[in-house]
Ligand binder design. Structure first.
Ligand code: OXD
Ligand code: MN
Length: 583
């Protein structure tokens, strides 16, 4: 090992001295290594083999029932100055944070193998990618990282060239929620996570590195790390527009990223670049471009079927790791909404009994390489990323938010993003279905004070004169009986087309205090079974409700006190006044 890797080697030794593993394995990322780890986990019961005829190379992992989601209440951002973490994060001072978490790491790997995983977030040769090393005692984490990142020798070589990397230390510990902590030290570019084996807490390249640490790093270096899918929409004439869309966890980013155009939209094609995270930078020509730091998907399984997401349904029939789904009697994976088969064993390994609740956990997941996806974009590995035409924010709202609207300009778009609210989902431990503010879908993931983050967003206006247009979507409006007003899934293409037409100046819109809404015939509804009444509800706003919403956004923004950018406060006031004038 060369001297350029001395710091890495020293850190590995220090961790080993504290955690006392029985062996150390440096991961190379080869397929043989993957297979050997899978065999070991099949032998010790960490993985179960699924039906290898119908689901070749598919395996099932069942978590501890106490460890099935992210834990925002146990996740910390440890900056020297508390205000740098902001009201949006739990905070402990770095020294105290290290002490607290290091105590839990004492002898934590005794009797286990410690794996050292060099990985690269983003295409291996992209100047916009960043490397990290995760140390973990979980072989399940290693195989997931192999699918989710560019992991192994090539990443180590890049680390050797660059000399810098994000340090991520992880141990499953004893899985006791009382001894679980997910700590971030953005000033040191380091992460320490113990007590959980769940994706977002344990696959440190994902939320911990590519969002919390990267958002902090992006602010210092002039780029953005966002909770956004990246999708290419190709028209029948062969023109492709790339769109980034931020939606909170478990709100359909994976489905939108691999949407299948319905028969009513002949000639349209969708190309997937990413389903969860985008890193955005302005290129030398002032064009905003995006790369996906990940190379795989860690997606929510329930609800996936031939109709809702055929691409995902097909791509997880081989080479997939399932976590916390149920099994049929012939060992096929099963989940609520699969529409075929019957559960026989539930996600806790018990004979299925409806009295115990759903057969698959509502946050059960698939891990799969992005190359399995039939709509995988040929530009997914492009070092410069793809040019972005539109940025879309959204949430899960039963009422209030229309199907789609366009912000007036960049500043107004930042307010639209900052005001996003959504119903909570099973992706985090806690109550489901409660509306909370989730600015830019980044509430759980922004590694610094939201006030500074909004200021960073606003600053892009000065970096380029040709920024993308910003929109807001809501697929989840319901009527009084709780029925969805919009059919969603493949039909969402109609909304993406309106967004592109707006960006290209091809379609008119109605100006309202909150932004531009579609005209009555703005969205193509040919061959769509939707009532006039539903369409009207989806494309109009209730001024009285919006006055309340804007007041509530104002109150939320004031939580950030004098760090809140004046421009954002003024924009909120401007919209409030417009709403007051409107009838
Ligand atoms: C995820 C999440 O797993 O947002 O992507 O929770
Ligand atoms: Mn996510």
């Amino acid at each position: 090992m060369t001297s350029k890797l001395a710091a890495l080697k020293q850190w590995v030794q220090d961790v080993a001295a504290r955690t006392e593993p029985a062996a150390i394995h440096w991961c190379t990322g080869t397929d043989d290594e993957y297979q050997a780890l899978v065999s070991g986990m099949l032998a010790d019961g960490t993985l179960t083999s699924l039906n290898q005829d119908s689901y070749p190379n598919c395996y099932l992992h069942l978590s501890d029932p106490n460890d099935v989601a992210r834990v925002e209440h146990l996740t910390y951002v440890c900056t020297s100055n508390k205000d740098d973490a902001g009201p949006n994060n739990n905070w402990i001072a770095p020294a105290e944070g290290h002490d607290k978490v290091d105590a839990l790491f004492e002898s934590a790997m005794r009797g286990r193998t410690m794996y050292v995983i060099p990985y690269c977030m983003g295409p291996i040769d992209s100047p916009h990618s960043r490397c990290g090393v995760e140390i973990t005692d979980s072989p399940y984490v290693v195989v997931n990282m192999k699918l989710m990142t560019r992991m192994g020798t090539a990443a180590l070589e890049r680390i050797e060239r660059e000399g810098t990397f994000v340090k991520g230390l992880h141990s499953t510990g004893d899985l006791d929620p009382e001894r679980r902590l997910i700590m971030h030290f953005p000033e040191e570019l380091s992460i320490k996570s113990i007590g959980s084996g769940y994706g977002g807490n344990a696959l440190l390249g994902k939320k911990c590195h590519a969002l919390r640490i990267a958002s902090y790093q992006g602010r210092t270096e002039g780029w953005l790390a966002e909770h956004m899918l990246i999708v290419g929409v190709e028209s029948p004439t062969g023109e492709t527009h790339y769109i980034c869309c931020a939606l909170p966890s478990a709100c359909g980013k994976t489905n939108l990223a691999m949407l299948i155009p319905p028969a009513s939209q002949p000639g349209w094609k969708i190309w997937t670049l990413g389903d969860d995270i985008a890193w955005l930078h302005v290129d030398d020509d002032g064009q905003l471009r995006a790369i996906n730091p990940e190379s795989g998907y860690f997606g929510v399984v329930p609800g996936t079927n031939q109709k809702t997401n055929k691409n995902a349904f097909d791509m997880i029939t081989h080479d997939t790791i399932f976590t916390n789904v149920a099994q049929t009697s012939d060992r096929e994976p099963w989940w609520e909404g699969k529409k075929v088969g019957e559960p026989s064993i539930d996600w806790q390994g018990r004979p299925y009994d409806p009295a115990n609740g759903p057969a698959a956990h509502p946050n059960s997941r698939f891990t799969v390489s992005a190359t399995n996806n039939p709509s995988y974009s040929s530009l997914a590995e492009a070092a410069e990323g793809v040019p972005i035409t539109a940025i879309v924010f959204g949430g899960r709202r039963k009422e209030l938010a229309p199907l789609v609207y366009q912000s007036r300009d960049w500043k107004n778009g930042v307010l639209v993003g900052a005001g996003v609210a959504s119903e909570t989902t099973a992706a985090n431990v806690g109550e489901v279905g409660v509306v909370r503010r989730d600015p830019m879908a980044m509430k759980p993931f922004c590694g610094y004070n939201f006030a500074d983050y909004w200021a960073h967003w606003l600053s892009f206006d000065k970096r380029s004169t040709k920024l993308p247009k910003i929109f807001h979507i809501n697929w989840f409006r319901q009527d009084d009986e709780g029925r969805f007003l919009w059919p969603g899934f493949g039909e969402n293409l109609r909304v993406l087309r309106w967004i592109i037409d707006r960006c290209e100046g091809r379609v008119d819109a109605i100006e309202t205090p909150i932004g531009f809404l579609p005209t009555a015939d703005g969205i193509d509804t040919r061959d769509l079974a939707i009532s006039q009444e539903a369409l009207e509800a989806l494309t109009t706003i209730d001024i009285a409700q919006w006055r309340e919403e804007m007041a509530s956004i104002g109150e939320y923004l004031e939580l950030y006190g004098n760090r809140l950018p004046d421009a954002l406060r003024e924009e909120q006031q401007r919209v409030t006044e417009e709403l007051a004038k409107a009838s």
